[in-house]
Design a protein around this ligand. Structure first.
Ligand SMILES: [Mg+2]
Length: 353
């Protein structure tokens, strides 16, 4: 039998901020867009549990969060720092098994089948991993354990915050069937709405659904839904392998400080990089903009985002990075766009359509 764990950092971005400023632990703290005294646009990326108790949650408009708690601590995203902490946590996790997979900046699968013999072993090992991440990276996390990725992930949801939950193979169906279809790992809002319209409220309803009906509505994803709702999930924990980065550069004929001209080049280069990435079936984590100025000084500005296959995000991120960092006092000579942290996400794509 396989033993798979999903390790998920609790309220990750804010937890990172709390390392820098421990006093935030007892205050409602929110990382996300600038609230601009209630007029700000954008959303809450993460908030701590003090803020959650007040009714604030991630993806909530930042203006709503401000209405609830104007005195809360509102902080901007510090991606490079979060990525360093993410790498630190992943490094610790890798010490426990060679079979590890990063799902997002704060979620990791680890297959420990060869390290444990029973559920007591598994719980003990999870406790060790959790306390290592706590003591070395100073980050809180929750761990779900089961024989499939699906149930490990769903167990972890129930373990949060700061907990460990194990669901044995024989209890898996009993565990997921009472949950609503929206809680099935891999079901997004759109799919949930369609399933509810078809009359399936719980995962148990879905498990008993006629597979032909599901296929009629969802094509091959219908088979997937049928399998997942019946706890059938053979996906392996796959080590993400990093390919080289992909980059493009452009030297202006004449040094320029014109935003339109520079941004036009950024868009063109981003499109070229994006095209190459999607052509190879890869996704990327980090976008870097290189600015070389007329005095030959060179600056690199990077931002990491969730692994994504969306080529359009390269352009968006690159333009943001340019606007935030360009030195208006100097003309730009050369510009470069690079996507790195490339991952082969074909396996995920096959599964989640
Ligand atoms: Mg998390």
């Amino acid at each position: 039998m396989r033993t798979i764990m999903l390790i998920d950092m609790d309220y990750f971005f804010v937890a990172c901020e709390e390392i820098k400023r421990p006093e935030l632990r007892t205050r409602p703290t929110i990382v996300g867009a600038d609230p601009k005294e209630g007029r700000g646009r954008g959303v809450v990326m993460t908030c701590n549990y003090v803020a959650r108790k007040l009714g604030i949650h991630s993806a909530m408009p930042i203006s709503s969060a401000y209405k609830i708690a104007p005195d809360a601590e509102f902080l901007p995203m510090d991606y490079p720092y979060y990525e360093r902490k993410s790498n630190e946590a992943f490094g610790i996790i890798k010490d426990f098994s060679e079979k590890t997979e990063q799902v997002s900046i704060d979620e990791f699968f680890i297959d420990v089948s060869s390290k444990v013999n029973n559920s007591e072993d598994a719980l003990l090992l999870a406790g060790k991993i959790k306390s290592s991440i706590n003591s070395e990276a100073k980050l809180p996390c929750s761990i779900g354990i089961s024989s499939t990725k699906l149930v490990a992930k769903m167990a972890c949801e129930k373990a949060k915050p700061d907990g460990i939950k194990i669901v044995g193979e024989e209890e898996a169906a009993k565990f997921i069937w009472p949950l609503s279809v929206g809680e099935l790992y891999g079901v997004g809002i759109k799919t949930r709405e369609r399933l509810e319209k078809m009359g399936y409220g719980t995962i148990g309803d879905l498990a008993k659904a006629n597979i032909m009906l599901l296929m009629k509505e969802f094509d091959s994803f219908g088979i997937e839904l049928h399998n997942l709702s019946n706890c059938i999930d053979t996906r392996e924990v796959i080590e993400n392998y990093e390919v080289k980065s992909i980059s493009k550069e452009y030297t202006f004929e004449k040094d320029t400080s014109k935003d339109e001209e520079i941004i036009k080049s950024i868009r063109k280069l981003s499109a070229e990089v994006g095209k190459e990435i999607s052509g190879k079936g890869l996704s990327y984590r980090t976008v870097t903009v290189k600015l070389r100025y007329m005095d030959f000084t060179e600056h690199l500005h990077s931002r990491s985002i969730r692994p994504t296959g969306n080529a359009g995000d390269i352009e968006k991120t690159a333009v943001e990075l340019y606007r935030e960092n360009v030195d208006k006092g100097k003309k730009v000579r050369k510009i470069g766009i690079r996507a790195s942290g490339l991952l082969d996400y074909k396996n995920q794509k096959l599964l989640f359509g």
